[in-house]
Design a protein around this ligand. Structure first.
Ligand SMILES: C[S@@+](CC[C@H](N)C(=O)[O-])C[C@H]1O[C@@H](n2cnc3c(N)ncnc32)[C@H](O)[C@@H]1O
Ligand code: SF4
Length: 349
């Protein structure tokens, strides 16, 4: 379901925009039914009441929790069932955050990512994205929403931007607390600055070497990492919030001195933060994460050379691994539709 559809259906029955906003506020913030003072002008016209009831019932059935796995770090990984039976993952993050999915599967096919193995199964509708936030809010407070779950938000831009607009207005989430995570796509840099709600941007860089990036992210747009950083810097300056770069650290692949020199060359002096995320083991993959000590040394080395770098554990690593793995394990072979042939990625020379 799309949010614009809700506006259209209720508008056609004579509801005013303020009536629709009230419904969307209550739903997206998971407020209890009798919440807030009801003024006479808040009551929708008789002609729209049945449609309001029908839409509320549809919204309630958009997403339900099929499984919940609490983690030791205060996070919880939810397997969310959508109305057609498809499932996506959401993660309740420590410190009032939620990580949502924007697609069932993903077409980019990053070689280290479980979600990429299934290919794209379908888009997640804008209302289904907001429903993941509403589900999370029914469990705990949410002040931050990151689009770092299953899927590439740039490949579902209309729905993601619609959800962002709702969450950043009646949804009550600060614009900077909405984080759009992408491998980088020209359309993102055109579209994000135009929206009424401008989210923060996370760019999944992973390497500074164009040829290695093409191997690691086989179907990401071929934008040179240096150009990607320039586009990111422009967005950071326009919005006033820094770009977060994401770097999945894989031993022997992108943790060598050449890459660290590359990061310093691209990011020193930029309005940016580098998040180093040690590779989270995916069943059946041969990649390894570097030791925590080595990863910490990399972060300290970058810091010394003028790049703000943070070493992150991906939330809920102990709960069925990283993004897409809970879904795959719960669905068994159903979830993984003929994985694409694995390309060999050799360690950098
Ligand atoms: C799952 S993606 C979703 C958002 C978007 N498609 C992207 O790539 O930025 C979010 C982040 O998870 C990271 N990720 C995926 N698989 C991982 C793994 N096995 N270990 C660590 N990080 C992983 C990706 O590198 C990416 O930065
Ligand atoms: S890391 Fe992001 S872009 Fe790559 S396959 Fe996974 S979800 Fe898709």
């Amino acid at each position: 379901m799309q949010i614009r559809e809700i506006h259209e259906r209720l508008g056609a029955r004579g509801a005013l925009p303020c009536h629709v906003r009230r419904l969307l506020r209550r739903w997206s913030q998971a407020l209890p039914p009798g919440h807030g003072r009801l003024r006479p002008e808040d009551v929708p016209p008789q002609s729209a009441r049945a449609e309001f009831a029908a839409i509320e019932a549809e919204l309630a059935g958009l997403a339900t929790v099929a499984a919940e796995h609490p983690g030791e770090d205060g996070s919880a990984r939810l397997l969310v069932r959508l109305a057609d039976g498809q499932t996506v993952e959401s993660v309740l993050l420590p410190r009032d955050g939620v990580c949502v999915s924007s697609q069932v599967g993903c077409a980019v096919g990053c070689v280290f990512c479980m979600t990429g193995k299934s290919g794209l199964l379908r888009q997640v509708g804008s209302a289904e994205i907001v429903a993941q936030v509403a589900l999370a809010r029914a469990r705990r407070p949410v002040r931050k929403v990151v689009f770092m779950g299953m899927g590439e938000p740039a490949h579902n831009l209309d729905n993601v931007m619609e959800a962002i607009e709702l969450l950043g207005t009646v949804g009550g989430i600060g614009h900077k607390q909405l984080v759009f995570s992408t491998v980088g796509d020209e359309r993102v840099f055109e579209r994000l600055p135009q929206g009424p709600v401008k989210p923060a941007l996370a760019l999944s860089l992973h390497t500074t070497r164009p040829e290695l990036r093409a191997q690691l992210l086989p179907r990401a747009p071929r934008i040179d990492p240096a150009d990607l950083v320039e586009l990111g810097e422009r967005y950071a300056r326009a919005t006033g919030y820094p770009i977060q770069y994401q770097w999945t650290l894989i031993e022997g692949i992108n943790d060598g001195p050449d890459e660290l020199d590359g990061i310093v060359r691209l990011l020193a002096g930029k309005y940016a933060l580098m998040n180093l995320i040690p590779y989270n083991t995916v069943d059946g993959d041969a990649f390894r994460r570097p030791s925590w000590e080595r990863a910490a040394e990399i972060a300290r080395g970058l810091h010394r050379r003028g790049v703000l770098a943070k070493l992150r554990r991906s939330a809920g690593q102990d709960v069925e691994g990283g993004c897409g793995q809970l879904r795959a394990r719960m669905l068994g072979s159903e979830a993984t539709v003929a994985p694409p042939a694995r390309r060999r990625v050799s360690p950098p020379a």
